[in-house]
Design a protein around this ligand. Structure first.
Ligand code: PAD
Ligand code: ZN
Length: 362
């Protein structure tokens, strides 16, 4: 099969012929239908999230089951599925207390005696990213990385639910408890931010203030429920939010992963409010915040991992949200591209020229 391989950090991915193994116990072989391109893929390429090359990125996929391994009972050939990076074990402390997205064994790969799932033409192993690697025509995944969805859900839009939508929507629906009428700020209107924005609208937030440096994104943001838009490239976005909310918002979602915008998020949060850090700041960087500001105004800061998901339950529900019109995905797709165009697509994402791009496979 053809795949885009990361051979080195900060270099273009190379399109190569890669061998994919047949499914072992508990594994499912899929034909990849579509894969969204998420900023986290770019963060890995740039070295901000450590994952050693050679590897195949891509972690926002939909697919069709081709073959199942021994003991697989939840899937059969022909099933339509979405893949998620949050494989769960079901028995660790976090799984049993109902937070499987924190599962401690999520990224344990294959037992060594089974050999690698992916190998290069010369037989050397290629690492699989988060049990998925969807920048490839096929995927070999643990069954607990997958969820079956309705056959009438279009697979290019289903792919978006695999990461960005679940992350943003879930941050608003699950990580925090937004009461109807609360004021909400979304900083960063990529796939993740536009999904958090829709989550705020779905739970009945009052003011929904969208912040970005790319003015063209505001039309989409308004379509998805933004009541106000702030152009961060024109003036101080913190002052603008304080003005609009009368002193700071109840909830601020940082959906970019930059140090300055994390600091802005905390500064935009009002008395008793909550800053939700969704964007992934490169692990080598730290953020300066005033502790007294938190104490004296009882502000809270929380991280949000993959929308605090229980994806086998959440993703089919998000499919229903799309099919009943509550979740807008068509408007989120800036372009459908081919696997060969992946480097160009990553470049466009880097420049902030797109909302979400999806690789569609034939
Ligand atoms: P994206 O690159 O599509 O969107 C980022 C947006 O931020 C773009 O619209 C930019 O124009 C905008 N932007 C850039 N700089 C500024 C600025 N200074 N002020 C305002 N707006 C700005 O990214 P994405 O939506 O794919 O991902 C967003 C983040 O979420 C990224 O850090 C990614 O790694 C992270 C993520 N987190 C999780 C999780 O579990 N927490 C999961 C998936 C992705
Ligand atoms: Zn992602």
């Amino acid at each position: 099969m053809r795949a885009a391989v990361m051979r080195a950090n900060d270099a273009p991915l190379t399109i190569e012929d890669v061998k994919i193994d047949s499914p072992g116990p508990g594994e499912v072989l899929l034909e990849t239908a579509a894969s969204g391109i998420c900023h986290s893929d770019l963060t890995v390429i740039e070295g901000g999230l450590p994952f050693p090359p050679p590897c195949i990125l891509g972690h926002e996929p939909s697919g069709i089951v081709e073959e199942v391994g021994a003991g697989v009972t939840d899937f059969a050939p022909g099933d339509h599925v979405i893949g998620c990076i949050n494989r769960w074990c079901g028995v660790c402390r976090f799984c049993t207390e109902g937070r499987p997205y924190l599962c401690e064994t999520a990224y344990l790969g294959r037992p060594e005696d089974q050999g690698p799932r992916l190998t290069a033409a010369d037989g050397s192993p290629i690492a699989q990213f988060a049990n998925l690697s969807s920048f490839a025509e096929k995927m070999l995944c643990p069954e607990r990385s997958l969820v079956k969805i309705r056959d009438d859900m279009p697979l290019d839009r289903a792919a978006l639910i695999g990461c960005g939508v679940t992350t943003g929507l879930g941050a608003a629906l699950h990580t925090v408890n937004i009461r109807a009428g609360s004021s909400v700020v979304i900083i960063g209107l990529g796939g993740v931010g536009l999904s958090a924005l829709q989550g705020a609208r779905i739970v009945g937030a009052g003011q929904i203030i969208a912040v970005d440096t790319q003015e063209w994104k505001f039309e989409t943001a308004k379509l998805m429920g933004a009541t106000h838009c702030v152009d961060a490239s024109d003036g101080d976005p913190v002052a603008a939010v304080h003005e609009l909310t009368g002193g700071g918002a109840d909830f601020v979602f940082e959906c970019i992963g930059l140090v300055p915008t994390v600091e802005q998020a905390v500064a935009m949060t009002g008395r008793g409010g909550t800053s939700v850090l969704v964007g992934v700041v490169p692990i080598t960087q730290t953020v300066a915040i005033s502790a007294a500001d938190l104490t004296l105004q009882e502000k809270k800061i929380t991280g949000s991992l993959m929308g605090s998901n229980r994806f086998r339950f959440d993703m089919p529900k998000y499919v229903e949200f799309y099919l009943d019109g509550r979740l807008k995905l068509d408007e989120m797709i800036s372009a459908r591209v081919k696997l060969d165009d992946v480097n160009d697509a990553l470049d466009k994402m880097k420049k902030g020229e797109v909302a979400r791009q999806v690789i569609v496979y034939d």
